[in-house]
Design a protein around this ligand. Sequence first.
Ligand code: SF4
Length: 328
Amino acid sequence: MAKRTVEVGPTFEGWQAAARALLQEGVAPAEVTWREVLRGVSEAPLLAAAAAAAPASARVPRQFLELARQAAAAADPTRWALLYEILWRLVHERRDLLADSGDPQVRRLNALATARAPASADTAEPPGAGAFIPPGATLEQLRAASARCQGCDLFRHATQTVFGRGPAEARIVLVGEQAGDQEDRKGAPFVGPAGEVLDRALVEVGLDRQRVYVTNVVKHFKFTERGGRRIHETPRAPEITACRPWLEAELEVIRPAVLGVLGATAARVIIGPEFRLLRQHGQLISTRWSPKTIATIHPSAVLRGEGDAEQARLYAMLCDDLRLMIAA
Ligand code: SF4
């Protein structure tokens, strides 16, 4: 039998929704491959819906849920499969399994639960932007609501939310990583040095920026202060997950014909964790957001290129991929 791959957002709740649905369907642990992603994007919504519809017949000991929640916070990528194996055995073999401290799987579960990452400000799961998003909102209403977002800690240090800019009927949407220093000050995306590179490239390929919607995966600037300067810091997975509902809401409203993905962070979020930017940039890929999704380098990568020749090569790559987006 072909194995079923289940993508799970790296949270206990993500695993629980998927596991309940699999259990309800009678899918044995040996038939499942668990894959950890920033957020379950393929089967997870279906599984969550199935889980919601599932009767609460598969009751398991509270002790297991507590241990599973703790083990979920560990970094071991095999934990999802282990949790489902134990859940399956609790339901199908013996309800008192956890009392068997000599059982190898129970021992592993206990070890994972006690080795979990400490709950600190750096590892705690932020609440996410979902609660701040008005249902059925227009782009303008989303923009206004995003100004009040406290879905993760990034709002505390940044100046303002940097929401996307451009027409709601844009054919092409470009998505970058996060707001930068200038963007944070001006409240608009791609208005700093990387924005200048993008503007130059758009002019070169004949794409009017006024007709493109430009946004970022993470709407607040993340930085560290050094010598009076604010240095860009790459957002962590929990921050990206927390902010993702804004991007999803934007794309839901615009439904772009072509989705241009700028840089590796945005590519991981929109296309998936296995996407390799330097190998696969320029490829036409179908995603849930657009059947014509194309990734390219982030304009800031051009600025980081060592020497004029390398910068020229990267700039040409960016322009070539933008041309593919226009032609798609
Ligand atoms: S980064 Fe995103 S989720 Fe976090 S506070 Fe800002 S808008 Fe909200």
